[in-house]
Design a protein around this ligand. Sequence first.
Ligand SMILES: NC(=O)C1=CN([C@@H]2O[C@H](COP(=O)(O)OP(=O)(O)OC[C@H]3O[C@@H](n4cnc5c(N)ncnc54)[C@H](O)[C@@H]3O)[C@@H](O)[C@H]2O)C=CC1
Ligand SMILES: N[C@@H](CCC(=O)N[C@@H](CSC=O)C(=O)NCC(=O)O)C(=O)O
Ligand SMILES: [Zn+2]
Ligand SMILES: [Zn+2]
Length: 369
Amino acid sequence: MDVKAAVAYEAAKPLTIETVQLEAPRAGEVLIEIKATGVCHTDAYTLSGSDPEGLFPAILGHEGAGVVVEVGAGVTSVKPGDHVIPLYTPECRNCDYCLSGKTNLCQAIRVTQGKGLMPNGTSRFSIGGKPILHYMGTSTFANYTVLPEIAVAKIRNDAPFEKVCLIGCGVTTGLGAVIYTAKVEPGANVVVFGLGGVGLNVIQGARMVGANRIIGVDLNPDKRALAEKLGMTHFVNPKEVEGDLVAHLVELTNGGADYSFECIGNVKVMRQALECCHKGWGESIVVGVAGAGQEISTRPFQLVTGRVWRGTAFGGARGRTDVPKIVDWYMNGKINIDDLVTKVMPIEQINEAFDLMHRGEVIRAVLTF
Ligand SMILES: NC(=O)C1=CN([C@@H]2O[C@H](COP(=O)(O)OP(=O)(O)OC[C@H]3O[C@@H](n4cnc5c(N)ncnc54)[C@H](O)[C@@H]3O)[C@@H](O)[C@H]2O)C=CC1
Ligand SMILES: N[C@@H](CCC(=O)N[C@@H](CSC=O)C(=O)NCC(=O)O)C(=O)O
Ligand SMILES: [Zn+2]
Ligand SMILES: [Zn+2]
């Protein structure tokens, strides 16, 4: 079938709206009509050319929501008409990773997904017979896309696509980093670096679990008001701190953060996030994605003296199990997504959506078809 998609032909170039051919779903696959998709910083990261796995031409996008249109042979967990969220972290419930109970990083299709291909090693997208690659297994910058059944979370049918699409990445990553990865306990002092689509969800996750001080750090003062609405108790702009930022944060947290979260993708900030943690027990969670060639460093003494450095992908959430619950949290008023959707725009304005994100003028621009 013909579909409308924003194609990334090469790194660091604007996307082009094209008519792309999409093959029908094969065995174990699902055809989804994407109704809405957010633009996450990771899409910009890959488009910039910094992603060592970045491949072109491709259809980017991984923060979507839509409706099942057709299923391939053997698909049993979803049917046409079901509302779904595509998962860049699938949940097969059968691989060693899923069965370990220790991680959400299902590896059932990771190798082909990283090559921009479906599990059988081919792409379903093409233009004039030339393949166009998938991205993160999701390719939500298209009005129709094909995913493996194990990478689809079925959600309730009354949830608005333009809001719950953010559960496909930013919301789940931020909340999950607090709840599933760090397991922040009530009364903890928390520092969040970067108050974008991910960091703001760390803030609201920290509020949900009853954290004490929730300190937000961002260079952009415009991020302050919404962060406060979502639960931030103190705002720190590094440009306004006299002296050492880490020492300032240690003082604000009476000896150091119990938990810190880096939601930027800046390796220098990752070091600050570790070093502002409390001696003996503070844990720093790396959420931000840093480009090819970037490395983190600190004095080993920081770890010898009890600080812990960890990372999280998709907030540690098991997509098919946890995503439907997070949709319920939104529908029950437990979490705020409405204020995170700064702007809803047609897919034709996708390049403007990226510009708005780069200029820090939106938390999330959501694209519709
Ligand atoms: N681990 C995972 O599963 C996921 C990782 N990510 C990554 O998380 C990071 C954040 O993503 P988004 O929230 O979508 O980005 P965003 O662009 O919406 O937010 C980034 C925020 O960081 C702030 N910032 C930039 N440099 C700063 C600095 N030096 N100090 C303080 N604040 C600074 C910006 O003003 C902005 O508010 C990105 O690296 C993204 O690739 C995103 C989703 C999932
Ligand atoms: N290809 C990238 C990988 C970047 C990365 O870490 N992605 C996250 C999700 S970011 C979403 O917005 C992730 O899920 N990582 C786990 C994985 O298996 O990719 C690179 O190499 O930098
Ligand atoms: Zn993302
Ligand atoms: Zn698995």
